[in-house]
Design a protein around this ligand. Structure first.
Ligand SMILES: NC(=O)c1ccc[n+]([C@@H]2O[C@H](COP(=O)([O-])OP(=O)(O)OC[C@H]3O[C@@H](n4cnc5c(N)ncnc54)[C@H](OP(=O)(O)O)[C@@H]3O)[C@@H](O)[C@H]2O)c1
Length: 429
C-alpha cells in the first residue's frame, strides 16, 4: 500500500471535519484505490485555541507545511482570498498538488492560479468548492466529458434556499426567515455572501470553467440576491404555478459568448428543482447526449464537504502514487466573453404597485406592447390598503434592455406608486 503524506492548512469547520472523517475513509480508499493518506503536518492561525484534539501538533506558520518534505499534497482550508492565495501560489510553485474547498479564491483569483498550475504542471483539485457533497465537478469532468453542454442551472447556496423555503412553506417574511437561518447556524452573522448571491456567483464561475473552459471575470457576472423578495411575491408566484429560487444560470449564447448570472428566479412548481428545499443544493444540466441530468444533495457542512475533499485527496494520492500528472484543465484559457446583461433574453415576472383606478392596467399593458413584450398572465388581486393595488405580469420572452425601458416608462405614469419588482422566470424544460 503506497502511503501519501498530506498537509492540512486550516482546521476550522471544514478542516476539523476532514480530520475527523479521514481514518474511516482511509480504510475504504485503501481497499478501493490501494493508497493511504497520512497527515504529516497541520497549520492553524492560533495553535493555543481550544479545539478538538488533532492527530499531530499544529504549527502557526503555513510555509512549514508546504516545505515539509513528507508533505506531498497540500489541503488549503483557511478561506478568503488573501492568505489562501499565498498558500495556493506557494503550493503550486513547490509542485505539490493543491486540494481546496475555497470557491472565493478560485472565482476571484483563478485567473492567476490556473495558469500557474499549468506552468508548474501541478493540478488543483476543487470538488469541495461547489455544492458540498455533490460530486458535480467530477460528474462534469468525467461522466459527461463526451457531451456538449447546452446549459447548466443550479441552486447552489443552501442558506438562501433555506430562507426561500421558509418563506414558501411557513409564509415567513424575509427578515424572520433570515433570523431562523442564523439561529440554526445556516447563515453567518455577516449574511452578505449568501443572501446577496455572491457565494452562488463564485460557484457559478467555477461551473462555467468546468463546463465551458472559460473562467469569467468575477466582477462582470450580474448578481442579484434575495433581499428584495417579499412574501407577496412568493404567494403570487405560487398562484401562477411557480416557486422562487435563487438560481445560477450558465449557458452558451452563439459561438463565443456565455451567459452567467445569479438571480432570484421563478421555476415551474412541477420541475424537479422546485422540490429542492432547505439547505439542499441542486445542479441541473442538459448534455447533447445525456439529455437532462440533475444532481441533488447537501451543499455544505463538515461531513458533506469532507466527502468531496476526501474524493479529491484519494484522486490526488492515486495520481501521485502512479506518477500521473492529474487533471490540468487544458482548456482553461478558452477565449470567450460574457454577454452584456442588457442583451440577455428571457421571461420575467413584474410586480407594479398602482393606484386602484380604472384604465391603469390598459395603460401598463400598452407600454409593454409598445416595447413588443407579450404578456402571458396578469394577476390583479383585490383588497390591498390605501387605494393601491399590486399588478402582476408574467411576460413572454423579452430583451432585458426593452423590459427596463418599459418599466421606466411605467414608473412615469401618474398612477404608479413604487418601483417595480422584476424577477426572472425560467421554464427549464
Ligand atoms: N463551512 C462549510 O460548510 C463550507 C462548505 C464548503 C466549502 N467551504 C469553504 O471551506 C473553507 C474553510 O471554511 P471553514 O468554514 O472551515 O472556515 P473556518 O471555520 O473559519 O476555519 C478557518 C481555519 O483556517 C485557519 N486559518 C486562518 N488563517 C490562517 C493562516 N493564515 N494560517 C493558518 N491557518 C489559518 C483558522 O485557524 P484558527 O482555527 O486558529 O482560527 C481556522 O482553523 C472556506 O474557503 C469555505 O468557503 C466551507
Amino acid at each position: 500500500m503506497n502511503k501519501i503524506g498530506i498537509g492540512v492548512i486550516g482546521c476550522g469547520t471544514v478542516g476539523s471535519g476532514l480530520i475527523r472523517n479521514l481514518p474511516k475513509a482511509n480504510a475504504l480508499i485503501g481497499e478501493r484505490l490501494g493508497v493511504q493518506l497520512e497527515i504529516k503536518s497541520i497549520a492553524v492561525r492560533n495553535s493555543a485555541k481550544n479545539r478538538d484534539p488533532l492527530p499531530i501538533t499544529p504549527v502557526e506558520d503555513w510555509k512549514k507545511v508546504i516545505s515539509d518534505p513528507a508533505v506531498q499534497i497540500v489541503v488549503e482550508l483557511v478561506g478568503g482570498t488573501q492568505d489562501a492565495f499565498l498558500i495556493a501560489e506557494a503550493t503550486l510553485k513547490a509542485k505539490k498538488p493543491l486540494v481546496t474547498a475555497n470557491k472565493a479564491l478560485l472565482a476571484e483569483r483563478g485567473q492567476e492560479l490556473f495558469p500557474l498550475a499549468q506552468k508548474s504542471a501541478t493540478p488543483i483539485y476543487f470538488e469541495a468548492s461547489v455544492a458540498g457533497g455533490i460530486p458535480v465537478l467530477k460528474g462534469l469532468r468525467e461522466g459527461l466529458v463526451a457531451n456538449q453542454l447546452l446549459g447548466l442551472h443550479g441552486i447552489i447556496n443552501g442558506t438562501s434556499n433555506y430562507i426561500l423555503s421558509r418563506m414558501a412553506e411557513a409564509g415567513s417574511d424575509f427578515a424572520t426567515a433570515l433570523q431562523q437561518a442564523k439561529d440554526l447556524g445556516y447563515a453567518e452573522a455577516d449574511d452578505k455572501l449568501d443572501v446577496d448571491g455572491i457565494d452562488a456567483a463564485h460557484k457559478a464561475a467555477i461551473l462555467c470553467l468546468l463546463a465551458y473552459g472559460f473562467l469569467p471575470k468575477f466582477s462582470e457576472i450580474p448578481v442579484e440576491g434575495i433581499r428584495k423578495i417579499e412574501s407577496q411575491d412568493v404567494g403570487f408566484a405560487r398562484q401562477l404555478g411557480y416557486v422562487i429560487k435563487l438560481l445560477a444560470m450558465i449557458r452558451p449564447v452563439g459561438s463565443d459568448q456565455i451567459e452567467v448570472r445569479v438571480a432570484p428566479t421563478l421555476l415551474p412548481a412541477r420541475h424537479p428543482m422546485a422540490s429542492v428545499h432547505g439547505a439542499f443544493n441542486a445542479v441541473g444540466l442538459i448534455g447533447n447526449l445525456s439529455g437532462p441530468v440533475q444532481f441533488t444533495g447537501r451543499g455544505a457542512g463538515p461531513d458533506a464537504t469532507s466527502s468531496a475533499l476526501l474524493a479529491d485527496l484519494a484522486e490526488a494520492a492515486k495520481n501521485v502514487s502512479d506518477r500521473s500528472p492529474g487533471p490540468l484543465l487544458q482548456n482553461a484559457a478558452r477565449k470567450a466573453r460574457l454577454i452584456s446583461p442588457s442583451d440577455s433574453v428571457g421571461r420575467f415576472y413584474v410586480r407594479i404597485e398602482v393606484e386602484d383606478r380604472p384604465g391603469v392596467l390598459a395603460q401598463v399593458a400598452g407600454i409593454f406592447g409598445a416595447e413588443k413584450i407579450g404578456i402571458s398572465s396578469v394577476l390583479q388581486p383585490e383588497g390591498h390598503g390605501a387605494g393601491s393595488v399590486p399588478l402582476i405580469f408574467l411576460l413572454e420572452s423579452a430583451l432585458l434592455s426593452s423590459l427596463h425601458r418599459a418599466v421606466a416608462s411605467i414608473a412615469k405614469l401618474p398612477n404608479t406608486r413604487a418601483p417595480a419588482t422584476i424577477l426572472r422566470v425560467e421554464d427549464l424544460t
